[in-house]
Write a protein that binds this ligand. Structure first.
Ligand SMILES: Cc1cc2nc3c(=O)[nH]c(=O)nc-3n(C[C@H](O)[C@H](O)[C@H](O)COP(=O)(O)O)c2cc1C
Length: 278
């Protein structure tokens, strides 16, 4: 097998899971390459692969625009096997609705969608998970990724059906797609900004330009949060979403949270997810 992981990732969670999945696939005797989706980057040579894994973070119960645009630009699949790999901040079934559009596009293009894999990773918006939560999420993801790589290697997988209520809920919050460019346009920096330019050089949409020693935010934001998350001075203010800003990379090597240390928010859902997969 020669697999291509086409990954859109804002703050690194999805890239981390896809990179490990590719490593596991290689360990099983296959070839695997990881391609990061960035606006304006040339398309990879799909014809030299026999399996495609499209990886994305869930944004508002949907797949973010860059992965959908990437899939729409793919050449005809002619029956090539494809998988979805996604990460989300919570183990809610609503997140499965994010697979609807990618699956539809891939099928229309003649790809055989064979399975979809979901891993819970710490939130990059809304609130910061504890280091213990991040460590436990990663240890569960590591285990699942190993098992899922075996399925990919065998050309196996499961497709997730989404009931009409969840479909509707996900459809309703798709407003995020048109809204993010408007909200992103009004991101600002505080006086703590030192003009290092990291946000501008790292934006996967190329949406941030340095004007003198200050970043200026354009109209192509998809809300990936990379600028605010990795700002070394926590200087980026994300407009209407600012109360949900999360800053600073997670370390995944701490002591995994025990059940009674699992966050209060959706406590039962997280505990059930951990128990189901550990
Ligand atoms: C704009 C936005 C919307 C999000 N919406 C959801 C969501 O609907 N459900 C969820 O579980 N997580 C949601 N998340 C959390 C991310 O899916 C999660 O943290 C993911 O692992 C981030 O991946 P990345 O680091 O590859 O960007 C959202 C994150 C952002 C930035």
């Amino acid at each position: 097998m020669r697999a291509l992981y086409a990954v859109f990732s804002g703050t690194g969670n999805t890239l981390r899971t896809a990179t490990l999945s590719a490593e596991r696939l290689r360990a099983l005797g296959n070839e695997a390459e990881v391609f990061s989706i960035k606006k304006g980057a040339p398309m990879p040579e799909i014809g030299s692969f026999d399996t495609l894994i499209a990886a994305y973070p869930v944004h508002g119960f949907n797949a973010p625009t860059p992965i959908l645009k990437f899939l729409k630009k793919l050449p005809e699949g002619n029956g090539m096997g494809a998988y979805l790999l996604r990460t989300s901040g919570e183990p809610s079934k609503l997140n499965h609705a994010s697979g609807i559009s990618p699956k539809r596009i891939l099928k229309k293009k003649g790809y055989r969608v064979l399975g979809e894999f979901s891993y819970v990773m710490p939130y990059n918006i809304m609130f910061r998970h504890s280091d213990g939560m991040a460590a436990r999420m990663w240890s569960v993801a590591e285990k699942m990724i190993g098992e899922d790589a075996v399925s990919i290697a065998n050309g196996e997988g499961t497709l997730i059906k989404v009931d009409p209520i969840r479909r509707f809920a996900a459809f309703a919050v798709r407003i995020e797609h048109p809204a993010m460019p408007l909200i992103g346009r009004t991101f600002r920096v505080t006086d703590s900004c030192v003009g290092c330019g990291l946000c501008a050089s790292d934006c996967p949409q190329g949406n941030i330009t340095m004007k003198g020693d200050r970043p200026s935010f354009g109209t192509d934001c998809v809300g990936c949060m990379k600028c605010a998350f990795f700002c070394p001075k926590d200087a980026v203010r994300i407009s209407l979403l600012n109360a949900w800003r999360v800053n600073g990379a997670y370390t995944y090597d701490g002591e995994p949270a025990q059940d009674d240390e699992v966050c209060r928010y959706l406590h039962k859902m997280y505990v059930n997810y951990f128990h189901e997969h550990e």
